[in-house]
Design a protein. Structure first.
Length: 259
């Protein structure tokens, strides 16, 4: 964010899935002799993957609040980062004063600034010109942009010409990732050397919607300057994702000769 102070970008890595569990199992069903081997040679298999939320990088890539031209400015978060539910199907609630950018058509923001936003902006360090974060007389101020509020916490823009105090990757996806693949095998033995295997495989068995994590380069809109979509997932997890295939439920059949 500030090339003069790279230590300000100390924080969680974008791929930091704090909690993860992968569990794969196979169960060979006990069989008995029967015509056509229909009561023997059955096998069940499963592979389950679970991840807690990944970090969500929140920067303002449109308003150049700091005046550096880098468009990597972070704002200031006052309260608990866990109050902000990001990575789902709805954006974070936003608010803007009448005539501000956040009060514009199509933003989905509430017109009017909560007291908590005004109080937090007033506590911001003043700009080099002595303007506070709550003053609406210059670009980048609370009255020209707006704020986000969820629970008892707010995110407000700093005064123009200054940097906010949010740390790198301070927010995290609120929706965990899980995926369950399942398969059924049927084996027929021919003499000692040959096995014919028919398999039915289910990927994402429960058809669970899996949103791509911001930390995985999903293309999710994370710009603080885009209130209509800030905090809202813009894509589902795809094949390149570290967290699994993430696609809608698929079923495939296979026939395999083992020798």
């Amino acid at each position: 964010m500030d090339s003069r102070h790279p230590n300000l970008d100390y924080g969680d890595a974008g791929f930091d899935g704090r909690h993860s569990l992968t569990f794969a199992w196979t169960y060979a069903i006990p069989g008995m002799k029967s015509p056509g081997q229909m009561l023997e040679g059955w096998q069940l298999n499963g592979a389950m993957t679970f991840f807690s939320g990944f970090p969500w990088q929140a920067v303002d890539s449109t308003d150049d609040v700091s005046g550096t031209g880098d468009l990597q400015d972070r704002w200031t978060l006052v309260g608990n980062p866990k109050d902000f539910k990001v990575g789902g199907i709805v954006p974070v609630p936003c608010f803007g004063a009448s005539g501000s950018k956040f009060a514009g058509k199509g933003t989905g923001c509430t017109v009017g600034l909560p007291t908590a936003c005004t109080r937090a902006a007033m506590a911001e360090a003043p700009s080099p010109a002595g303007v506070t974060g709550a003053n609406s007389s210059g670009p980048g101020q609370l009255g020209v942009l707006g704020c986000y509020m969820q629970g008892n916490s707010v995110i407000v823009p700093p005064a123009q010409g200054t940097f906010g105090t949010m740390s790198r990757d301070e927010l995290r996806d609120s929706i965990p990732f899980y995926n369950w693949d399942f398969s059924i095998f049927k084996n027929w033995k021919f003499k000692e050397r040959y096995t014919l295997q028919f398999r039915t495989e289910f990927f994402n068995l429960f058809n669970h919607t899996q949103f791509q994590d911001q930390g995985q380069g999903s293309g999710n809109t994370s710009s603080l300057g885009a209130p209509a979509a800030f905090g809202q997932a813009q894509a589902e997890a795809g094949a390149p994702s570290i967290t699994g295939n993430g696609l809608p439920r698929r079923v495939q059949f296979g026939l395999k000769m083992i020798f």
